[in-house]
Design a protein around this ligand. Structure first.
Ligand code: ADP
Length: 565
């Protein structure tokens, strides 16, 4: 039931009780007073009757006359109680009338000069109001039918009731207004409280009521302020935590006891490939066995440490912990790069071993043969040349490996100076002029006037150009090998172009990998280590530059080294 209705109900009850009390008590008093007044009026009339009837010769007719004048019944009683005259009865009836000596009002008048009574009339049969006065020996009595009196009272009662009804209606209207005015601020506060509880933290009670309700409103205002401050602090904490967890490379997933994902960071979304909005069911997570088992164990209260599994392309270790109060946290660590590095290292060791194995076998085979005394001097010389060639090849390989490892490990740092590109290009080509001349290959330099210099380590640029030109000459049968420069925006490019065999598109992206060769046996036969382009790439990248290759099979290849100007 609403407050205003309860208030109104209370008021209604009070009004009804009050009206009922007032009406009954007023009605009773007014009736008594009316009766008293009627009795007093009758008494005055009785006195008049007594004065008028002294020594009357025909008392009954006098009684009739007086009654007609007064409008009330008049009775004259002798000292012995006989009725001498009565306005209601004629002479014949008078003789039949009962002796009135014992009538209460007559008895009282005999004793105290006056007497009144309300009682049923023995002679007239109705209830009457009597007033009697002593008249010499006898008694003069005036009476009034109570029915007449009741008529007046009924009229009066109607008046009282209608006044009471009017008062009750007026009181009810006032009570309604009052209950409204009392409940309105409370209802306002209730609406404000509901709005705040519903998340509208900006809402404040606009109320400025006096008294307790006003105090309640201002207390509520303070409460809302504190609540807002706390919520904002919590939200800030939450945002910070989220930012931190999103910044982590590791994936973190928190689930509640009903297997609903409540928190998930960007790392975990990436690894698990889930984009659903929070919260979502654990069923949305990948159907990976290790993941499911780790989750089930943590849900059952058991910790799981570093279980390795494969999620799509990624290798991940999963750690799971149960949460106090139900639920679990999963931590996912992406170990793909570690596993990839391990593979690279394994491949590298295998490659190096493989590269060294062939020349070592040759060297040890020929050395063994040389132990034989019967080998001719010519053969001996030829064997020694082969041994020397293979040791030189191993030497080159070890040199290249050492270079590469120095650059990769950061042990070597470039010391860039301003390089005259034309001079370095000519110098590099001059060391190949003999080989090129034998193959009939033209060596050219094309310097763009806009790009004559570059900032680079002098040793590094020489090694880069040497490696590129060496490759170009090896893979070119006729035509030309050109060192050229280009200028673009804020970059300087140094390149080597040839008119050789070219590299097929499927090999092109991989030629910078260590030991990657398009034709391994040919490369080895020509003394290649498979490390030349890897060294170029690392040297250029150490300068903040990049190297690219373009090629058309049968037409030629162009390598471009681009450096920041
Ligand atoms: P290698 O010691 O075998 O030359 P590199 O790393 O220098 O090793 O080169 C890798 C591979 O790239 C070579 O084996 C060769 O197949 C290819 N290559 C490099 N330069 C050229 C070029 N100018 N023309 C055609 N193929 C080339």
């Amino acid at each position: 039931m609403r407050l205003s209705q309860r208030l109104l109900g209370g008021f209604l009850l009070i009004i009804l009780v009050l009206v009922a009390l007032v009406v009954t008590s007023v009605e009773r008093r007014v009736r008594e007073r009316l009766l008293q007044q009627a009795a007093a009026g009758l008494l005055r009339e009785a006195r008049l009757v007594a004065m008028t009837t002294t020594d009357a010769t025909n008392p009954d007719s006098i009684a009739d006359i007086l009654a007609a004048t007064l409008g009330h019944r008049v009775t004259l009683v002798a000292g012995d109680g006989r009725v001498l005259g009565d306005s209601e009865f004629d002479d014949a009836a008078l003789a039949q009338m009962e002796n009135h000596r014992t009538r209460p009002e007559v008895v009282s008048a005999g004793l105290n000069d006056t007497g009144t009574a309300v009682r049923r009339s023995a002679s007239a049969g109705d209830v009457e109001v009597y007033a009697a006065v002593r008249d010499g020996d006898g008694v003069a009595r005036v009476s009034l039918a109570f029915a007449t009196q009741s008529l007046v009272e009924a009229q009066l009662r109607r008046d009282i009731f209608s006044a009471a009804a009017l008062a009750a209606v007026a009181a009810l209207v006032l009570a309604l207004l009052f209950s409204r005015s009392v409940t309105r601020p409370i209802l306002e506060l209730r609406d404000d409280a509901r709005a705040i509880a519903g998340g509208d933290l900006r809402r404040r009670p606009s109320l400025s009521a006096p008294g307790e309700v006003g105090e309640l409103a201002s207390a509520f205002h303070r409460l809302a302020e504190q609540l807002t401050a706390r919520v904002e602090a919590l939200e800030a904490d939450d945002a910070l935590l989220r930012a931190v967890s999103d910044a982590l490379n590791e994936g973190v997933v928190a689930l509640d006891s009903r297997q609903q994902v409540q928190q998930i960071n960007e790392g975990a979304r990436r690894l698990l490939q889930v984009r659903d909005a929070l919260p979502f069911s654990a069923d949305q997570l990948p159907r990976d066995r290790a993941l499911r088992e780790a989750l089930a164990d943590a849900m059952a209260g058991r910790s799981v440490d570093g279980v390795e599994t494969r999620l799509g392309e990624r290798v991940v270790t999963i750690t799971a912990r149960p949460l106090t109060g139900g639920g679990a946290v999963l931590a996912l660590f992406d170990i793909t790069p570690i596993r990839r590095l391990e593979t690279v290292r394994r491949d590298f060791v295998a490659n190096v071993s493989h590269e060294l194995k062939t020349p070592l076998t040759v060297v040890s085979g020929f050395a063994e043969t040389l132990q034989d005394e019967s080998v001719s001097t010519d053969q001996r010389r030829q064997f020694l040349r082969t041994i020397l060639n293979n040791t030189q090849r191993m030497h080159r390989l070890v040199d290249d490996l050492l270079d590469l490892s120095r650059i990769e490990s950061g042990g070597w740092r470039p010391a860039p100076t301003l390089i005259d590109l034309g001079a370095v290009a000519s110098e590099t080509l001059s060391s190949f002029s003999e080989v090129a001349g034998q193959k009939g290959i033209e060596l050219k330099v094309e310097i763009d006037p806009e790009a004559t210099t570059a900032r680079m380590d002098p040793t590094a640029i020489r090694q880069v150009l040497t490696n590129l030109v060496h490759n170009a000459i090896r893979h070119t049968a006729r035509g030309a090998v050109t060192i050229f420069t280009e200028k673009s925006a804020d970059q300087v490019t140094v390149g080597v172009r040839d008119t050789g065999s070219g590299i097929a598109a499927e090999h092109l992206p991989r030629v910078f990998e260590r030991f990657y060769r398009v034709d391994a046996s040919r490369s080895r036969a020509e003394g290649g280590t498979g490390l030349g382009l890897a060294i170029v790439k690392h040297l250029v990248e150490a300068h903040g530059g990049a190297v690219t290759a373009e090629s058309v099979v049968g037409t030629g290849t162009t390598f471009r080294v681009t450096l920041p100007a």
